[in-house]
Design a protein around this ligand. Structure first.
Ligand code: ADP
Length: 258
């Protein structure tokens, strides 16, 4: 079992070995992270799906910002290694992994076997993160899951020039007051996130295949804007937000020597 306790969401993945092939037996996601009921609920939900008990788990590995709080974990590991491993499982050709979570952005260089080689990270600032998008969605009175579809309907370019979340929020309010269309503002927000993240990615160097993980990968508008900015294909998967938990479960296998 791999458990990824993020700042914003708790994720849990159970992997089993089916005659030499690793497959996902169950997974769960609760949109509450460290310090909430999310961690306990996500474990309960992942186990309950197939009627597993904690004792059925051969090894439990916890990762993420809140990994220290998981008492039942046998091991803890940094989310950097776990995301690298999870992304490699989803896309064996992955060399650059762009992980955008609730509170930070990480760009990882991954080796052929999925091992983390190096990384750059943006922390202590919400610019370019999931939190930035959450703040903007709230001001615009739009659900997070609707941002991509609205952005795709944009017809006029509106630039959001501030990267700072507080200033960008004021800028969005001012654009709304000038009767700018929400879909154009959202498109500008996605380009702003892409600009910020691509700057970080260029610092590391962008090697193909480029894979996006983390919850923001669920926002197709950000993926497309980033693809446009980096001028390269960016792959993602419906399991992108589970990449850390998936990598943690696969590393739990390693701990057992298999
Ligand atoms: P963390 O690991 O830091 O808790 P996650 O990788 O789970 O963060 O990502 C959380 C972020 O994912 C949220 O801040 C939000 O921006 C984004 N997100 C979550 N669900 C969706 C969705 N359905 N559509 C678009 N974005 C989403």
């Amino acid at each position: 079992m791999g458990i990824d306790i993020g700042s914003t969401a708790s994720k849990c993945v159970i992997v089993r070995d089916a005659e030499g092939v690793k497959e996902i037996a169950d997974k769960a996601l609760i949109p509450y992270g460290a310090g909430t009921s999310g961690p306990a609920r996500v474990i309960e939900e992942a186990l309950a799906g197939r009627g597993f008990r904690k004792e059925d788990m051969a090894c439990i590995l916890a990762t993420g910002y809140g990994r220290n709080s998981i008492e039942m974990a046998d091991f803890e590991m940094s989310e950097l290694s776990c995301h690298a491993f999870g992304a490699h499982f989803l896309f064996p050709g992955a060399r650059t992994v762009i992980d955008i979570g609730g509170q930070d952005v990480k760009v990882l260089r991954v080796g052929e076997s999925g091992v983390l080689e190096t990384f750059v990270m943006n922390e202590k600032c919400a610019a370019g993160t999931g939190r930035f998008l959450e703040v903007m969605a709230r001001v615009l009175e739009v659900k997070l899951e609707d941002l991509a579809a609205l952005s795709a309907q944009s017809t006029e370019r509106v630039d959001i020039s501030s990267t700072c979340t507080v200033f960008a929020e004021s800028e969005v309010i001012s654009q709304l007051a000038q009767n700018k269309n929400r879909r154009d503002i959202i498109n500008g927000i996605h380009r702003s996130v892409a600009g910020r993240v691509s700057g970080l990615a260029r610092r590391l160097g962008v090697a193909e295949d480029v894979v996006m993980t983390g919850g923001v990968a669920r926002n197709e508008g950000v993926r497309l804007a980033l693809q446009n900015e980096l001028k390269t294909e960016i792959k993602t998967s419906p399991l992108a937000q589970y990449a850390g938990a998936l990598g943690a479960a696969l590393l739990a296998f390693r701990k057992l020597g298999g």
